[in-house]
Design a protein around this ligand. Structure first.
Ligand SMILES: NC(=O)c1ccc[n+]([C@@H]2O[C@H](COP(=O)([O-])OP(=O)(O)OC[C@H]3O[C@@H](n4cnc5c(N)ncnc54)[C@H](OP(=O)(O)O)[C@@H]3O)[C@@H](O)[C@H]2O)c1
Length: 319
Protein backbone atom coordinates (compact mmCIF):
# COMPACT_ATOMS: atom_id res chain seq x y z
CA UNK A 1 0.00 0.00 0.00
CA UNK A 2 1.49 3.35 -0.95
CA UNK A 3 0.64 6.82 0.26
CA UNK A 4 0.62 10.18 -1.46
CA UNK A 5 3.58 12.52 -1.14
CA UNK A 6 3.90 16.15 -0.08
CA UNK A 7 6.58 18.23 -1.79
CA UNK A 8 8.56 20.08 0.87
CA UNK A 9 10.14 23.51 0.37
CA UNK A 10 13.51 21.75 0.72
CA UNK A 11 12.80 19.89 -2.53
CA UNK A 12 12.27 16.50 -0.88
CA UNK A 13 9.04 14.48 -0.96
CA UNK A 14 7.44 13.54 2.36
CA UNK A 15 4.86 10.72 2.65
CA UNK A 16 1.52 12.14 3.74
CA UNK A 17 0.81 9.23 6.09
CA UNK A 18 3.43 7.99 8.52
CA UNK A 19 3.78 6.06 11.73
CA UNK A 20 4.11 7.91 15.05
CA UNK A 21 6.49 6.41 17.58
CA UNK A 22 5.45 8.14 20.82
CA UNK A 23 4.41 5.54 23.42
CA UNK A 24 5.33 2.63 21.15
CA UNK A 25 6.54 0.14 23.73
CA UNK A 26 10.26 -0.59 23.78
CA UNK A 27 9.78 -4.35 23.78
CA UNK A 28 7.62 -4.32 20.64
CA UNK A 29 8.99 -1.25 18.85
CA UNK A 30 11.50 -3.03 16.58
CA UNK A 31 8.89 -5.55 15.43
CA UNK A 32 6.26 -2.87 15.04
CA UNK A 33 8.52 -0.73 12.84
CA UNK A 34 9.50 -3.78 10.79
CA UNK A 35 5.83 -4.79 10.36
CA UNK A 36 4.92 -1.21 9.51
CA UNK A 37 7.49 -1.17 6.72
CA UNK A 38 6.12 -4.47 5.44
CA UNK A 39 2.61 -2.96 5.51
CA UNK A 40 3.80 -0.02 3.39
CA UNK A 41 4.74 2.71 5.88
CA UNK A 42 7.74 4.73 4.76
CA UNK A 43 7.69 7.65 7.22
CA UNK A 44 8.54 7.15 10.90
CA UNK A 45 8.07 9.99 13.34
CA UNK A 46 10.52 9.54 16.19
CA UNK A 47 12.08 11.72 18.86
CA UNK A 48 14.75 11.63 21.53
CA UNK A 49 11.94 12.05 24.05
CA UNK A 50 10.15 8.85 22.96
CA UNK A 51 13.04 6.75 24.29
CA UNK A 52 12.74 4.13 21.56
CA UNK A 53 15.06 5.28 18.77
CA UNK A 54 17.44 2.33 19.24
CA UNK A 55 14.58 -0.16 18.87
CA UNK A 56 13.03 1.74 15.95
CA UNK A 57 16.40 1.63 14.22
CA UNK A 58 16.57 -2.13 14.77
CA UNK A 59 13.25 -2.52 12.96
CA UNK A 60 14.54 -0.40 10.08
CA UNK A 61 17.81 -2.35 9.90
CA UNK A 62 15.96 -5.66 9.72
CA UNK A 63 13.73 -4.45 6.87
CA UNK A 64 16.74 -3.14 4.95
CA UNK A 65 18.73 -6.32 5.58
CA UNK A 66 15.87 -8.44 4.24
CA UNK A 67 15.72 -6.27 1.12
CA UNK A 68 12.16 -5.01 1.78
CA UNK A 69 13.30 -1.39 1.44
CA UNK A 70 16.47 0.61 1.02
CA UNK A 71 17.36 3.55 3.25
CA UNK A 72 16.37 5.97 0.50
CA UNK A 73 12.85 4.51 0.39
CA UNK A 74 12.33 5.63 3.98
CA UNK A 75 11.62 9.05 5.47
CA UNK A 76 12.94 9.10 9.01
CA UNK A 77 11.96 11.97 11.28
CA UNK A 78 13.41 12.79 14.65
CA UNK A 79 13.28 15.71 17.05
CA UNK A 80 15.62 17.88 19.07
CA UNK A 81 14.73 17.74 22.74
CA UNK A 82 14.46 20.88 24.88
CA UNK A 83 17.60 20.13 26.93
CA UNK A 84 19.77 20.40 23.81
CA UNK A 85 18.79 23.84 22.47
CA UNK A 86 22.16 25.49 23.18
CA UNK A 87 23.87 25.97 19.84
CA UNK A 88 26.84 23.75 20.66
CA UNK A 89 24.61 20.90 21.90
CA UNK A 90 22.57 20.46 18.72
CA UNK A 91 25.03 18.64 16.49
CA UNK A 92 26.35 16.21 19.14
CA UNK A 93 22.86 15.14 20.15
CA UNK A 94 21.73 14.81 16.53
CA UNK A 95 24.77 12.58 15.92
CA UNK A 96 23.90 10.48 18.98
CA UNK A 97 20.32 10.09 17.77
CA UNK A 98 21.54 9.10 14.30
CA UNK A 99 23.81 6.51 15.90
CA UNK A 100 20.85 5.20 17.93
CA UNK A 101 18.83 4.77 14.73
CA UNK A 102 21.87 3.32 12.94
CA UNK A 103 21.58 5.78 10.05
CA UNK A 104 23.72 8.65 8.82
CA UNK A 105 21.10 11.30 8.04
CA UNK A 106 17.58 12.25 9.10
CA UNK A 107 15.10 13.08 6.38
CA UNK A 108 13.61 15.62 8.75
CA UNK A 109 14.84 16.87 12.12
CA UNK A 110 12.44 19.00 14.13
CA UNK A 111 12.70 21.36 17.10
CA UNK A 112 10.28 19.50 19.39
CA UNK A 113 9.13 22.46 21.51
CA UNK A 114 9.98 26.18 21.51
CA UNK A 115 11.37 25.72 25.01
CA UNK A 116 15.02 25.75 26.03
CA UNK A 117 15.78 23.75 29.18
CA UNK A 118 19.13 23.41 30.91
CA UNK A 119 21.43 20.73 29.56
CA UNK A 120 21.30 17.20 30.90
CA UNK A 121 24.25 14.99 30.03
CA UNK A 122 22.98 11.90 28.14
CA UNK A 123 25.36 9.85 30.29
CA UNK A 124 23.39 10.98 33.35
CA UNK A 125 19.85 10.52 32.02
CA UNK A 126 18.53 9.77 28.58
CA UNK A 127 16.06 10.76 27.40
CA UNK A 128 16.19 13.63 29.88
CA UNK A 129 12.49 14.53 30.01
CA UNK A 130 11.47 17.93 31.32
CA UNK A 131 13.55 17.95 34.49
CA UNK A 132 17.22 18.70 35.08
CA UNK A 133 19.68 16.46 36.93
CA UNK A 134 18.26 17.74 40.26
CA UNK A 135 14.69 16.89 39.25
CA UNK A 136 13.67 20.53 38.59
CA UNK A 137 12.20 22.12 35.47
CA UNK A 138 14.77 24.82 34.74
CA UNK A 139 14.65 27.06 31.68
CA UNK A 140 17.81 27.31 29.58
CA UNK A 141 19.24 30.40 27.90
CA UNK A 142 19.18 29.49 24.22
CA UNK A 143 17.10 31.68 21.94
CA UNK A 144 15.15 30.10 19.11
CA UNK A 145 17.52 31.87 16.71
CA UNK A 146 20.57 30.25 18.29
CA UNK A 147 18.94 26.83 18.09
CA UNK A 148 17.71 27.34 14.54
CA UNK A 149 21.14 28.44 13.32
CA UNK A 150 22.55 25.19 14.72
CA UNK A 151 19.73 23.26 13.04
CA UNK A 152 20.74 24.86 9.73
CA UNK A 153 24.26 23.59 10.39
CA UNK A 154 22.87 20.04 10.38
CA UNK A 155 21.60 20.55 6.83
CA UNK A 156 24.96 22.02 5.77
CA UNK A 157 26.71 18.92 7.11
CA UNK A 158 24.27 16.47 5.52
CA UNK A 159 23.01 15.22 8.89
CA UNK A 160 19.44 16.35 8.13
CA UNK A 161 17.90 16.83 4.70
CA UNK A 162 15.10 19.02 5.94
CA UNK A 163 14.53 20.79 9.25
CA UNK A 164 11.28 21.76 10.89
CA UNK A 165 9.53 22.93 14.02
CA UNK A 166 6.82 21.67 16.31
CA UNK A 167 4.45 23.27 18.81
CA UNK A 168 5.30 26.73 17.48
CA UNK A 169 2.72 29.52 17.42
CA UNK A 170 2.29 31.83 14.45
CA UNK A 171 4.09 34.58 16.39
CA UNK A 172 7.22 32.49 16.86
CA UNK A 173 7.09 31.35 13.27
CA UNK A 174 6.78 34.95 12.08
CA UNK A 175 9.92 35.79 14.00
CA UNK A 176 11.86 32.73 12.85
CA UNK A 177 11.08 33.46 9.21
CA UNK A 178 12.80 36.86 9.57
CA UNK A 179 16.21 35.30 10.14
CA UNK A 180 16.00 31.73 8.83
CA UNK A 181 18.59 31.02 6.15
CA UNK A 182 16.90 27.65 5.67
CA UNK A 183 13.15 27.86 6.10
CA UNK A 184 11.38 25.23 8.17
CA UNK A 185 10.06 22.54 5.83
CA UNK A 186 7.31 21.40 8.20
CA UNK A 187 5.33 22.53 11.22
CA UNK A 188 4.10 19.69 13.43
CA UNK A 189 1.11 20.55 15.60
CA UNK A 190 -1.68 18.99 17.60
CA UNK A 191 -4.57 18.83 15.16
CA UNK A 192 -7.91 17.04 15.41
CA UNK A 193 -11.57 18.06 15.10
CA UNK A 194 -11.56 19.56 18.62
CA UNK A 195 -8.47 21.68 17.74
CA UNK A 196 -8.44 22.57 14.06
CA UNK A 197 -6.05 25.55 14.29
CA UNK A 198 -7.41 27.02 11.04
CA UNK A 199 -5.43 30.27 11.07
CA UNK A 200 -2.11 28.66 11.96
CA UNK A 201 -2.58 25.98 9.27
CA UNK A 202 -3.48 28.62 6.66
CA UNK A 203 -0.50 30.79 7.67
CA UNK A 204 1.94 27.89 7.41
CA UNK A 205 0.54 26.95 4.02
CA UNK A 206 0.86 30.54 2.78
CA UNK A 207 4.50 30.46 3.83
CA UNK A 208 5.12 27.17 1.98
CA UNK A 209 5.54 25.15 5.18
CA UNK A 210 3.91 21.71 5.22
CA UNK A 211 1.74 20.94 8.24
CA UNK A 212 1.84 17.59 10.02
CA UNK A 213 -0.96 16.72 12.44
CA UNK A 214 -0.21 14.86 15.63
CA UNK A 215 -2.75 13.27 17.98
CA UNK A 216 -5.26 13.00 15.13
CA UNK A 217 -7.61 11.00 17.35
CA UNK A 218 -7.89 13.82 19.88
CA UNK A 219 -8.40 12.84 23.53
CA UNK A 220 -7.68 9.14 23.01
CA UNK A 221 -3.90 9.43 23.21
CA UNK A 222 -4.05 11.41 26.46
CA UNK A 223 -6.39 9.29 28.53
CA UNK A 224 -3.61 6.84 29.37
CA UNK A 225 -1.55 9.82 30.60
CA UNK A 226 -4.35 10.85 32.97
CA UNK A 227 -4.84 14.21 31.29
CA UNK A 228 -8.05 15.15 33.07
CA UNK A 229 -9.83 17.14 30.37
CA UNK A 230 -9.10 14.27 27.92
CA UNK A 231 -11.09 11.92 30.13
CA UNK A 232 -13.95 14.42 30.15
CA UNK A 233 -14.04 14.99 26.38
CA UNK A 234 -16.39 12.94 24.25
CA UNK A 235 -14.27 10.34 22.40
CA UNK A 236 -14.11 11.29 18.73
CA UNK A 237 -14.65 7.69 17.66
CA UNK A 238 -18.05 7.79 19.37
CA UNK A 239 -19.06 11.19 18.06
CA UNK A 240 -22.13 10.93 15.84
CA UNK A 241 -20.59 13.21 13.17
CA UNK A 242 -17.66 10.80 12.77
CA UNK A 243 -19.54 7.54 13.33
CA UNK A 244 -22.16 8.31 10.68
CA UNK A 245 -19.52 9.06 8.06
CA UNK A 246 -17.64 5.87 8.94
CA UNK A 247 -20.84 3.91 8.36
CA UNK A 248 -21.58 5.76 5.12
CA UNK A 249 -18.15 5.04 3.61
CA UNK A 250 -17.65 1.58 5.13
CA UNK A 251 -14.55 2.83 7.00
CA UNK A 252 -13.62 3.04 10.66
CA UNK A 253 -13.94 6.29 12.64
CA UNK A 254 -10.11 6.38 12.79
CA UNK A 255 -9.94 6.31 9.00
CA UNK A 256 -12.51 9.10 8.71
CA UNK A 257 -10.47 11.29 11.10
CA UNK A 258 -7.27 10.68 9.18
CA UNK A 259 -8.97 11.29 5.82
CA UNK A 260 -10.46 14.55 7.10
CA UNK A 261 -6.92 15.76 7.85
CA UNK A 262 -5.30 14.47 4.65
CA UNK A 263 -8.03 16.03 2.50
CA UNK A 264 -7.20 19.31 4.24
CA UNK A 265 -3.68 18.88 2.79
CA UNK A 266 -2.20 17.93 6.16
CA UNK A 267 0.16 15.01 6.82
CA UNK A 268 -0.74 12.52 9.58
CA UNK A 269 1.35 10.25 11.79
CA UNK A 270 -1.01 7.97 13.75
CA UNK A 271 0.51 5.74 16.38
CA UNK A 272 -0.63 2.23 17.16
CA UNK A 273 0.80 -0.59 19.22
CA UNK A 274 -1.68 -2.89 17.47
CA UNK A 275 -0.63 -4.57 14.18
CA UNK A 276 -4.18 -4.56 12.76
CA UNK A 277 -4.82 -0.88 13.52
CA UNK A 278 -1.41 -0.04 12.11
CA UNK A 279 -2.51 -1.40 8.72
CA UNK A 280 -5.92 0.28 8.98
CA UNK A 281 -4.36 3.69 9.62
CA UNK A 282 -2.37 3.57 6.39
CA UNK A 283 -5.43 2.81 4.30
CA UNK A 284 -6.82 6.34 4.45
CA UNK A 285 -6.56 7.89 1.03
CA UNK A 286 -8.74 5.51 -1.00
CA UNK A 287 -12.00 7.39 -0.36
CA UNK A 288 -13.04 11.03 -0.41
CA UNK A 289 -15.23 12.93 2.00
CA UNK A 290 -17.47 15.58 0.46
CA UNK A 291 -16.57 19.22 1.07
CA UNK A 292 -19.61 19.72 3.33
CA UNK A 293 -18.61 16.62 5.33
CA UNK A 294 -15.12 18.01 5.84
CA UNK A 295 -16.68 21.28 7.00
CA UNK A 296 -19.07 19.47 9.36
CA UNK A 297 -16.11 17.74 11.04
CA UNK A 298 -14.16 21.01 11.22
CA UNK A 299 -17.19 22.58 12.93
CA UNK A 300 -16.50 20.36 15.98
CA UNK A 301 -13.58 22.68 16.80
CA UNK A 302 -13.57 23.74 20.45
CA UNK A 303 -9.99 24.92 20.83
CA UNK A 304 -9.46 21.88 23.03
CA UNK A 305 -5.74 21.20 23.42
CA UNK A 306 -4.38 18.17 25.22
CA UNK A 307 -0.62 18.20 24.62
CA UNK A 308 0.11 21.25 26.74
CA UNK A 309 2.88 21.11 29.37
CA UNK A 310 0.25 22.40 31.82
CA UNK A 311 -1.70 19.17 31.23
CA UNK A 312 1.20 17.38 32.91
CA UNK A 313 1.46 19.95 35.72
CA UNK A 314 4.65 21.40 34.22
CA UNK A 315 5.14 25.13 34.86
CA UNK A 316 5.84 25.89 31.19
CA UNK A 317 3.48 28.19 29.35
CA UNK A 318 3.75 28.02 25.58
CA UNK A 319 0.10 28.08 24.53
N1 LIG B 1 5.47 17.00 18.23
C1 LIG B 1 4.86 16.67 19.34
O1 LIG B 1 4.92 17.37 20.37
C2 LIG B 1 4.03 15.43 19.36
C3 LIG B 1 3.11 15.22 20.41
C4 LIG B 1 2.32 14.08 20.39
C5 LIG B 1 2.46 13.18 19.36
N2 LIG B 1 3.39 13.38 18.37
C6 LIG B 1 3.57 12.40 17.28
O2 LIG B 1 2.31 12.09 16.71
C7 LIG B 1 2.08 10.69 16.81
C8 LIG B 1 0.59 10.42 16.93
O3 LIG B 1 0.02 11.07 18.04
P1 LIG B 1 -0.42 10.31 19.35
O4 LIG B 1 0.50 9.16 19.56
O5 LIG B 1 -0.59 11.32 20.40
O6 LIG B 1 -1.86 9.82 19.08
P2 LIG B 1 -2.84 9.23 18.00
O7 LIG B 1 -2.14 8.62 16.87
O8 LIG B 1 -3.83 10.31 17.74
O9 LIG B 1 -3.61 8.15 18.87
C9 LIG B 1 -3.02 7.04 19.41
C10 LIG B 1 -4.09 6.31 20.20
O10 LIG B 1 -5.10 5.84 19.30
C11 LIG B 1 -5.16 4.41 19.35
N3 LIG B 1 -5.38 3.98 17.96
C12 LIG B 1 -4.48 4.07 16.95
N4 LIG B 1 -5.04 3.65 15.80
C13 LIG B 1 -6.32 3.29 16.08
C14 LIG B 1 -7.38 2.78 15.31
N5 LIG B 1 -7.26 2.59 13.99
N6 LIG B 1 -8.55 2.49 15.94
C15 LIG B 1 -8.69 2.68 17.27
N7 LIG B 1 -7.70 3.18 18.05
C16 LIG B 1 -6.52 3.48 17.46
C17 LIG B 1 -3.86 3.97 19.95
O11 LIG B 1 -3.99 2.77 20.65
P3 LIG B 1 -3.18 1.44 20.21
O12 LIG B 1 -1.74 1.80 20.23
O13 LIG B 1 -3.56 0.46 21.24
O14 LIG B 1 -3.68 1.10 18.84
C18 LIG B 1 -3.55 5.12 20.91
O15 LIG B 1 -4.32 4.97 22.10
C19 LIG B 1 2.93 10.27 18.00
O16 LIG B 1 3.15 8.90 18.07
C20 LIG B 1 4.17 11.09 17.76
O17 LIG B 1 4.97 10.51 16.76
C21 LIG B 1 4.15 14.51 18.35
Amino acid sequence: MSTSLIKLNSGYDMPQVGFGLWKVNNDTCADQVYEAIKAGYRLFDGACDYGNEVEAGQGVARAIKEGIVTRSDLFIVSKLWNSFHDGERVEPIARKQLADWGIDYFDLYIVHFPVSLTYVDPEVRYPPGWENAEGKVELGKATIQETWTAMEGLVDKGLARSIGISNFSAQLLLDLLRYARIRPATLQIEHHPYLTQERLVAFAKREGIAVTAYSSFGPLSFIELNVKHAEGAQPLFEHEAIKSLAEKYGKTPAQVLLRWATQRGIAVIPKSNNPKRLVENLDVVGFDLKEEEIEAISALDRGLRFNDPHSYDLPITIF
